[in-house]
Design a binder for this molecule. Structure first.
Ligand SMILES: Cc1cc2nc3c(=O)[nH]c(=O)nc-3n(C[C@H](O)[C@H](O)[C@H](O)COP(=O)(O)O)c2cc1C
Length: 434
């Protein structure tokens, strides 16, 4: 038996599946949050460590200068703000970690520290913050800027931002609240201190007006892929999300992050790396491959979806390129640089339309029965060294969630590969428990 690993889910708070004729009215009612409540409950039952909620702050019209395909496919919009939704998901669950995305380019650090400290309380210590720097001019234009700041500079700002947020989270000592009926003191003012931060980008006095949460510092999640991003992650993150290509790419990424973490004086085992995959599960291998074939049959839809996906996150308008040729060599991005390099590699020099039409996002292809996929996951973890996977499905559906939580996960649990329960109260403790 292989060593146990962990599962997370990449959640988009966007419209669930509406195109396949199996949908209920979820596609219209998802924005009341209940679809996602039921989804996170299914995940908790099935042995997931966390659900992550991605975010961005714009309606993208980069592809061909119009939001038509973005809205047609509901790629990144419409969507909900993850921060308030975390409360709802936490109230409906007991143990699973919930990670919300928030941007260091647009939030002021005080508000971010306060929001996530509040969430740490109301989740009873189960919240994580996915630190992103954002990458879109269209988002910047919603905050009074013309362009998003340059890639490496965004990470410089993010570094100081995270320092400030940590200082604010630490501005209340763990024993600051005494609630002593004898002395009449609720909080001890000697244990609540201003931070007096004056840095290159931020000036923040503190202290926070929210007391220290159960985790003290919520779990820090990150998805840096560029050298600057990896360095940031290795210094700051408790967990990482990533989509390198293939087993060797996965191993290279994890080894690199662990080496960088050690160079920062950290124990590499404190950092858990999650590889994005999109398993296609059937009762039999044949059933799973039939589902995969059906997906490939939607080549035009898949192509349009990926074009908007790339345009939104990398702000490259692929409509100006010939779809029957490979991605031109000289195209660069100020957006997700590491990710762009990986996508280019995944295209493998194939014509854009052909590659995008057949593309699934994920580090390795997982198609088969629960037993077949469990074998592959086990082998992958052995090759890579460990930690876990994050499942992605854009858009999700109840049928797909059931394939995972009622088909694949029980097989993984029977093999002792994923958790069957939670031994600790907080997300960080559970993350580090094996
Ligand atoms: C699995 C995964 C999830 C991500 N989620 C978000 C997100 O919700 N919002 C966002 O702005 N960026 C997101 N990113 C982008 C990363 O924060 C990062 O910018 C990207 O991986 C490229 O790395 P680099 O910034 O080091 O070039 C995500 C990346 C990955 C791989």
């Amino acid at each position: 038996m292989g060593a146990p690993f962990r599962l997370g889910w990449f959640g988009n708070l966007t419209a669930p599946e509406w195109r396949d004729g199996w949908s209920t009215d979820d596609a219209l009612t998802w924005s009341d949050g209940r679809f996602y409540v039921e989804m996170v409950q299914a995940m908790e039952r099935a042995g997931f460590d966390f659900m992550m909620l991605e975010d961005s702050l714009m309606v993208s019209d980069i592809y061909a200068g119009t939001a038509e395909l973005e809205l047609k496919h509901a790629v990144y919009a419409p969507k909900l703000d993850p921060v308030p939704v975390i409360s709802m998901l936490a109230y409906a669950t007991e143990h699973i970690g919930i990670v919300g995305t928030a941007s260091t380019t647009f939030y002021p650090p005080y508000l971010l520290a306060r929001a996530f400290s509040t969430l740490d309380h109301v989740t009873r210590g189960r919240v994580g913050w996915n630190v992103v720097t954002s990458s879109e001019d269209r988002a910047a234009q919603n905050f009074g800027m013309e362009k998003i700041p340059e890639h490496d500079r965004r990470y410089d700002v993010a570094g100081e931002f995270v320092d400030v947020v940590r200082k604010l989270w630490d501005s209340w000592a763990p024993d600051a609240i005494v609630a002593d009926p004898v002395t009449g003191y609720y909080a001890d003012h000697t244990k609540v201190a201003p931070i007096h931060h004056e840095g290159e980008f931020f000036t923040v006095r503190g202290p926070l007006n929210t007391p220290r949460g159960p985790q003290g510092r919520p779990v820090v999640c990150q998805a840096g892929a560029s050298p600057k991003g990896r360095e940031f992650a290795a210094k700051n993150a408790d967990m990482l999300l990533t989509i390198p290509n293939g087993l060797d790419g996965m191993k290279e990424y994890r080894d690199d992050i662990r080496a960088r973490a050690a160079a920062h004086g950290r124990d590499p085992d404190e950092i858990k790396v999650f590889f994005v995959v999109e398993p296609v599960v059937g009762r039999t291998d044949a059933e799973a491959w039939a589902k995969h074939e059906e997906y490939l049959g939607h080549a035009q839809r898949n192509y349009e979806f990926q074009m908007v996906n790339f345009a939104a996150t990398m702000e490259i308008d692929f409509s100006v390129f010939d779809p029957d040729l490979p991605i031109p060599e000289d195209v660069t991005t100020n957006g997700h640089q590491g990710q762009f390099a990986i996508w280019k590699e995944a295209f493998g020099g194939k014509p854009i339309k052909e590659a995008a039409g057949a593309m699934r996002i994920g580090s390795i292809e997982l198609v088969g029965s629960p037993a077949t996929i469990a074998d592959r996951m086990e082998e992958a973890m052995e090759h890579v060294g460990g930690d876990g996977f994050m499942f992605l499905s854009q858009p999700p559906s109840r049928a797909y969630i059931a394939d995972i939580t009622e088909g694949l996960c029980p097989e993984l649990q029977r093999r002792g590969l994923i958790r069957t329960g939670f031994s600790h109260a907080t997300f960080r403790e559970n993350l580090r428990s094996f």
